[in-house]
Design a binder for this molecule. Sequence first.
Ligand code: IMP
Ligand code: MG
Length: 176
Amino acid sequence: MPLPEGIESLLFTAREIQARVLELGQQISRDYAGKTPLLVGLLKGSFIFLSDLARALSVDAQVEFMVVSSYGNSQENSEVRILFDLPVPIQGRDLLIVEDMIDTGLTLAKVVEILSARNPRSVKVCTLLNKPSRRRVPVAIDYNGFDIPDVFVAGYGIDYAQKYRNLPYLAVTMKA
Ligand code: IMP
Ligand code: MG
C-alpha cells in the first residue's frame, strides 16, 4: 500500500496499535476493578484511541470529552486554554485522562491541575504516545502506549495541520 503524500514512513501498523490498546485495556480493567472510571478524552487527537480503548475495557466506564488548545500551527505556543470544558461535575470520580500524545507535557500538566482542583477521587493519565525527549514539565503517566523519538507523527486520530486523522495506522510525517 503506497503511503499518502506528506507521509514519510510507517511508525506502527493498525495491528500493532490494536494489540497494544488491548493490553492497556486489560491493565486498566484490572486496576479499576469494581470502580466506574470516567474517561476524559482530550479532543480531537484522542478520539480514535479512546474509541478503541473504551471497547477494550471490561469495567463499567463513562466517557466525557474536553477540548484544550494545542499547537495550532506553531510548535512554540505554550499557552494552554480550555475551549470546551467537561459538562459534568467530577467530584469524587475516578478520572482517567485519555490523551493522544504527551510531548512537552505542558497541556497535560495544566489539565491535571485544573481537574484535580475539582476534588475527584483520583486522577490518572493514559496516553497512546509519549515523546520523553521533548518533556519540559514533569507529568506522571500511568498508562503509556508507546515511547517514540522526537518525530512528528500523524494518523489514528492524530493530525498534521488537520490532515491524516483518518489513517488507520501511525506514521511519521515529512515535517522534520
Ligand atoms: P504538549 O503540551 O507539548 O505535551 O503537547 C501535546 C499535544 O501536542 C498533543 O496532544 C498533540 O495534540 C500535539 N502534538 C505533539 N506532538 C505531535 C505530533 O507528533 N503530531 C501531532 N500532534 C502532536
Ligand atoms: Mg492532543
